[in-house]
Write a protein that binds this ligand. Sequence first.
Ligand code: KG4
Ligand code: ZN
Length: 340
Amino acid sequence: MTATRRMRILGIETSCDDTGAAVVDDGRLLSHVVASQEIHAEYGGVVPEYASRAHITLLPRVLKQALDEAKTRVESLDGVAATLGPGLVGSLLVGIEFAKGLSMARGIPFIGVNHVEAHLLSAGLEQDLPYPFLGMVASGGHTEIYHVPAPGAAHRLGSTRDDAAGEAFDKVGKLLGLAYPGGPHVDRLARQGNARAIDFPVARLGGETLDVSMSGLKTAVKLLIEREARPMPDSRRCDIAASAERAIVTALIERLSLALDRHSARALTVAGGCACNTLLREEAARLATSRGIPALFPTPALCRDNGAMIAYAGWIALRNGATTPMTATAIPNLDSFGRG
Ligand code: KG4
Ligand code: ZN
């Protein structure tokens, strides 16, 4: 089936600790609602059992709000998309089974979506995405660079060898005594600090690889902080945050620059939670300008985990004629993109 008529898709995202639902009509966003689960903050990380239980409680409410804000009803939907993976198995299952239930009840297609692919395409929700483009997904679980020649096709060029960029931000935040997740707090402190105060190692791997490595930075920050005077003055914390941020962002921008040397692209996109980072946005915009192409970022609320990107990726898949069988289930380490 290759549909050409307008399609209204519901997207459900429950891969980690955000419960998201959104309605996308013909690729344009009508509504999106995300309930972030507060419970994990006191544990300094996501507790999988609590996350699945919270999704069960939150999902019906989030869905109702998304439908109300879109001024639509379940009866008007043409398909239901949900994250198939990667993610936490229990959390994924809640969203998948919920979506399948709706799809069966309404007799409309179910579309299982790859969470990373959804981040990758998410800039297209708010602006036209020119193909081919070069995209980076930098989040708490992923740091990957892709060349995307056409909707529904993507080639991975590089990824992290160890920690994801968001994980690196969060670990730096934890070492600085900041609340979880640390990324936004490191960003805030970094704006008041001197990014040249400390020369942290930039994750340069030998050779021509487009992979990055973040683990050396975490160790360097840890060793530095252990040697610092206590209590650490606020200005010093800001300098550490700014210098660590510079090391992370430099590693990412260098790889994007190499990727642009090798692949033709009509735009550069950065998505995932770390695309909220002030310095990363500035540097990616500067890089794109130097290559004469636009830098496209989703608005911050759509950089983080959300149902809108799932609905959008589901819409692209359905437009290409792809649906997912009801026998499909959660794939915690899902690594393949594409149709079906
Ligand atoms: O995409 P996302 O919401 O969830 C995952 O799929 O992981 O990304 C969350 C990650 C966290 O590690 C968080 O600290 C990071 O994105 N993050 C940031 C900023 N905002 C969120 N990192 C750096 N600077 C920010 N402003
Ligand atoms: Zn994500």
